[in-house]
Design a binder for this molecule. Structure first.
Ligand code: ATP
Ligand code: MG
Length: 497
């Protein structure tokens, strides 16, 4: 395509009258154009062979090849060239005919230089607009092509990802499922039907619920990617992690879910638990023996004038006691993990159990100048089926925490009552230090302890609440807490009857 910048634009002027030819050339050169001239049609065609001309100004009446014929020959060579006809009044009709055949405009002779300038400028503008619109059209075509390539590229990348990925639409139907995903779930690619609901392939209710929540508009959320653990054929453990897909208008478009194989982690976890259980078990009896022997030494030497430093032995006895209770906690955890808390299940009246725990721990509360009271329900509570050791561990831990994390003179109240149909609830409320909301989840993690000025000097291992939660979960119950920093905390346990 010819260059349309003023300096670059090439114009061919063809006229047998030398004066006109040179006059036009002068005017156009002054306008900044590059001008070629020819006195005859053949000469003009020779110029066109070497130059890419954008505009041709032709005289209609020339000896030999006339302007009409030249116009046609030019169109045959390059129909993009804009042709302007110069004509005398006698040939105006022919000029009109030439325009019908595609000439752009005509200038009747004789003409003023300004007339020529106006017509050429207009032709130049038309050329510019045409090129601009062609450029835009090409750009659009390229953008569409880019989009298309991008789409197929993303698809190819997702297909090739070693990570299992599935994408659903808002209805939870599969839009894209990569081979790694099918492999993870042992799915056969040949049985896949496009557009099926993901639940058809992964019939796990928890997984389906997570995916449909993430996919549908209502529960659509971005940020925390919820996880779900699922088992395939009993021996393969997978961790699903999902996220809503949201467009620029914040509309939910569906969900993207990845799977990772956590079987080896699970095995390792199990090995670790077994190891901890074994070591704890092996440590317990020698430690208990040492503890008892220290107690005996203390008893035998108390009141006597002896060389034994009573204070040191007292400290050693306290430390062994701490270790024994840590080992007890670890063994409890192992038992919960191994699902061994349902060995000794029997019908239990929670009211009786609670009042005996409160009696037992009352001594510790009194020693700290605290009041520990039990408020039983007005009516007799239904019995629950549970392992009494598990219940003792749950409420013992909660009440011990209430005592530990309340200052001198605190008030601790244990309440039991009926919750909704089929459940009883037990509340342990204290007027202690309270727990800031940001710790409400972490305190149920193993070994997590809140460290602040209030708790710094209180000893513990951070295993109490994880044990409580493990036991409550295993009994299909629930535990919640409500706390006001500086005012107190209430833990509520609900258990099925
Ligand atoms: P242990 O394993 O001996 O029970 P611990 O009491 O530190 O150790 P958890 O019972 O799991 O461990 O409690 C975890 C943390 O939660 C505690 O360290 C404490 O910071 C906080 N906490 C628990 N109960 C209360 C409570 N009633 N009031 C204030 N903080 C509490
Ligand atoms: Mg505790």
């Amino acid at each position: 395509m010819a260059d349309t910048t003023e300096d670059g634009l090439k114009i061919l002027v063809v006229d047998d009258e030398r004066d006109i030819r040179e006059g036009v050339e002068r005017i156009l050169k002054r306008m900044g154009y590059q001008v070629f001239t020819a006195g005859r049609g053949e000469e003009a065609l020779a110029v066109l062979e070497n130059q890419s001309v954008a505009l041709a100004i032709l005289d209609l009446k020339m000896p030999g090849m006339d302007g009409m014929e030249l116009h046609q020959r030019i169109r045959a060579i390059d129909d993009q060239i804009i042709v302007i006809i110069i004509t005398g009044y006698a040939t105006i009709e022919t000029a009109i005919e030439a325009m019908k055949q595609g000439a752009y405009d005509f200038i009747p002779k004789p003409f003023e230089p300004e007339h020529l300038r106006i017509v050429v400028r207009r032709a130049h503008e038309k050329l510019r607009l045409k090129q601009e619109s062609e450029r835009l059209q090409m750009e659009r075509a390229r953008t569409l092509m880019d989009l298309d390539t991008e789409k197929s590229r993303i698809r190819t990348i997702v297909e090739a990802l070693p990570t299992a990925v599935v994408v659903t639409n808002t209805a939870g139907e599969v839009v894209l499922m990569n081979p790694a995903f099918m492999n993870s779930l042992d799915l056969d690619a040949s049985t896949m039907v496009p557009g099926q609901n993901l639940c058809v392939y992964v019939p796990d209710p928890g997984f389906c619920e997570m995916v449909s929540n993430l996919s549908s508009g209502e529960a659509c959320r971005i940020g925390d990617a919820p996880t779900y653990e699922l088992t395939v054929s009993g021996s393969k453990y997978l961790m699903a992690r999902g996220q809503s897909v949201i467009n620029e208008n914040n509309d939910c478009m569906g969900a993207v879910v990845t799977l990772s194989n956590i079987t080896s982690l699970k095995m390792l976890d199990q090995l670790k638990s077994e190891f901890v259980a074994k070591v704890s078990h092996e440590l317990r009896s020698p430690l208990s023996t040492i503890h008892e022997q220290l107690a005996m030494v203390l008893k035998e030497t108390s009141g006597h004038d002896s060389d034994v430093d009573q204070h040191l032995i007292e400290r050693a006895k306290e430390k062994t006691h701490g270790l024994i209770s840590l080992i007890g906690d670890l063994l409890d955890l192992s038992r919960i993990e191994a699902g061994g808390i349902s060995h000794n299940v029997q019908p239990i009246q929670v009211t009786d159990l609670l009042s005996s725990i409160v009696d037992f721990l009352g001594i510790r509360a009194t020693a700290k100048g605290q009041s520990l009271t039990f408020e039983p329900a007005d009516e007799a509570l239904p019995l629950i089926s549970a392992d009494p050791m598990a219940l003792e561990s749950i409420f013992g831990n909660l009440i011990a925490n209430a005592i530990n994390y309340s200052p001198q003179g605190g008030k601790i109240v244990v309440k039991a009552g009926k919750a909704d149909a089929g459940h009883i609830s037990v509340q342990v409320a204290d007027t202690g230090f309270g727990i800031a909301p940001k710790y409400h989840e972490q305190i149920f993690e193993r070994f997590y302890r809140v460290k602040d000025d209030n708790t710094r000097y209180i000893t513990g291992t951070g295993l109490g609440l994880p044990i409580v939660k493990g036991l409550v979960d295993a009994m299909n119950g629930a535990i919640t807490l409500d706390s006001d920093v500086g005012k107190g905390t209430t833990f509520t346990v609900t258990l099925p009857v």
